[in-house]
Design a protein around this ligand. Sequence first.
Ligand code: TRP
Ligand code: ZN
Length: 872
Amino acid sequence: MKNISPAAVYLKDYTPSDYLIDTVDLEFELGETSTRVKSKLTVRENPASLSSAKKLILNGENVLLKTILLNGKELTKTDFKIQENKLIISAVPAKFELEIHTLIKPQENTSLTGLYQSNGNFCTQCEAHGFSHITYFLDRPDMMACYTTTIIADKEKYPILLSNGNLVASGSLGKDKHWVKWEDPFKKPCYLFALVAGDLERVQDEFITQSGRRVDLHIYVEKGNKHKCEHAMQAVKKAMKWDEDTFGREYDLDIYMIVAVSDFNMGAMENKGLNIFNTKYILASPETATDDDFLHVESVIAHEYCHNWSGNRVTCRDWFQLSLKEGLTIFRDQTFTEDTMSAAVARIHAVNDLRNSQFGEDAGPLAHPVRPESYVEINNFYTATVYNKGAEVIRMIQTLIGKEIFRQGLDLYFSRHDGQAVTIEDFVKAMEESSGISLEQFRLWYSQAGTPVLDIKDEYDPHHKTYYLTIRQSCPATPGQNEKLPFHLPFKIGLLNGSGEEMFETVLQVKKQVEKFKFDNISSFPIPSLLRSFSAPVKLHFSYSDEQLQFLMQHDTDLFNRWEAGTKYWVRVILDLVNDFQVKKKLQLPLGLINVFSALLQQAELDKWLLAEMLTLPSERYLAEQMTIIDVDAIHAVREFVITELANQLKQDFIETYKKNHSLNTYQFNLQEVGRRQLKNRCLDYLVHLDDFTLHEQLALSQFAVALKNNMTDTLSAIKYLTYVDSPLQGKILTQFYAAWKHDPLVVDKWLSLQAISKSPDTLDKVKLLTQHEAFDIKNPNKVYALIGAFARHNPVRFHSAKGEGYLFLTDIVLELNALNPQIAARMVTPLTDWKRYDIHRQGLMQRSLEMILKTKSLSRDVHELVSKSLQ
Ligand code: TRP
Ligand code: ZN
């Protein structure tokens, strides 16, 4: 059998549906081998339909059709046909009731799309097209309807039965079964449908909205996890209050439910009134979750909560508009984190995320605009570009028109489009109307892919006391887009004088390919602080001197740019050393570096968390992103060399800061405590690199021993390095860690990742062995990410080992996953797709792996699309 390329869907082909569905009445009878689904639809012709010969074509995948009734009359074989996941019903009246009976097998569903089981409980995932894995339906987001859901199930196995909206009736059925009926008063697209049935525990609380309504808050978890929900519940209330205060958005139902499940393809899902979460983003306790985990729980909860307006009340017309809800909602959850934690650190994290994942995407074969023009499999477009760059685009609008007007624009957007399925264009129009500012050119951010580059030069005329900035923008070609037009972007700058005082701050509007800005009354040659707070998602080239960067690190009033100056400086130092390494020159730290670092350690007035970020060298991934041909070995060796040198030369400073901030207090998650822990553990990261092994061993081991049962943040930082290198203690520590935590799946994920990112030469062999370990399960996405994902994405030196065994290993895994869970298979194949960034030898090996995958029979649409595009 030959692989036929699956067909693409195009934005330009969008047409309104021929039919509309107004109401959907569902009945599920959940069984132990199969589930019966009855769907009763009221259907009518769509007055907005453009076609003269209307056709009713419903989508369905892996559903067994039992019966169809049209206005109560059963249809016979000649009345309809089933063709490649489509049910076509030939002659239908202008208005009718359709009843469809289907049979599905959730227990056999390993794709985690549609209705499936996780640890014996039923749950659903319907975005983007999961609903058509449940029943035949017009599975498109502009099909908004009112739903009722009846669930019938075994009383004992599934005491909890949930769906969207409000519980309106329930009862017993025979001696073993019970039933419930839920009604969702809001119209919604089918991708927001959800059902949960299982034996779950509940944590409850309530929230009083700004208008005084009481909302019940329920978090459901698997048994034994109730004590890990406190943080999540606080986060729910915090997010609800924040969205009222910041954007005037109030929750609309009387109940808000969250269910945490262990098997989930993504982070979480915003189903109306019934969010479903990956356990990773709900369960958090000091002894099992790190500061980062606590932070992620808050931001994912804020994200899904915010979707209730940006996504649910106002949804997407079609999937090309995905960034309409995702970009906007990421922007909203990032703003939440900035407002409630450290604003500067939140911005640093957001920019790191963008540059570590989106910049690479934008520079590779899978680059696509924030609003793609075509796709083969929409699941492949839940990307950093749609999410994170999409959020940057929204942020730029806010910067261009100002916070207050942006808020008005958002109010207009929500009120004008409440209950509708709309486009990115509708959003931009609301912003234009509220501000009176044309965003005509700005719209290119949605249609052009690629990361723009700004080349900047400055001049000073002491005679006239004028200062000039010349900005030249360009954007590299991306697949299907060779020529790019100039972007409209906000360029926020500050000018500092020689004593570190700020002369002024402004937002420049950059529109042309080359633009020269003039600043009057500047008394001396200023030091420019450019692209403050990362006001646009671009790459910036300006030839700062080392001294200027050091100066900005100390004096910039924009805290983000203080950190950014440091990043620029470390990148420069490390890439210079990479060159030395490649020509086998002896490595030596530049003189100034130690002073800069020790000066930083003395900056006591800085927020500790920010200081910890400033003491962090750029990631190997970000460094790789800066190289034309990525040299993973050189980057790793040099980065480790710099850390070790800093540790040896500043040992006393690190020890002092470590000791000052080390505390045995009970874990608390708040700004001060997180800052203190982050700073202390960053110092430990350096100290464990000391040549003086006994000292660091003692420090790390004592922290490990003390924290093992009560503080995961400290436990992990203490042992990261000891398990990362070939330490004689590696085996012992890992055994101890596993023995202490093998009953906790989320901690076991950390244990798997620790081993996957180890730099020991035999890491690949160990990873292979771990795939056979009781702790691993290829059907569970968290386990796959923890072991395979960590190895392929966060261990470049071992994954890209010169013989290519890493590539072959990943190839096998991708093919195994392809048959089980195509979405996860596609996510795992991406480390191979940027093969052209490596040396010729590795390119050949990676290409060979991609070709092997492409040749495989019954390759999923998901994997096929990514692999074939990356080979083009
Ligand atoms: N809409 C979800 C979000 O909040 C994303 C998501 C969750 C998803 N599960 C999914 C997307 C499965 C595709 C497939 O970002
Ligand atoms: Zn989202």
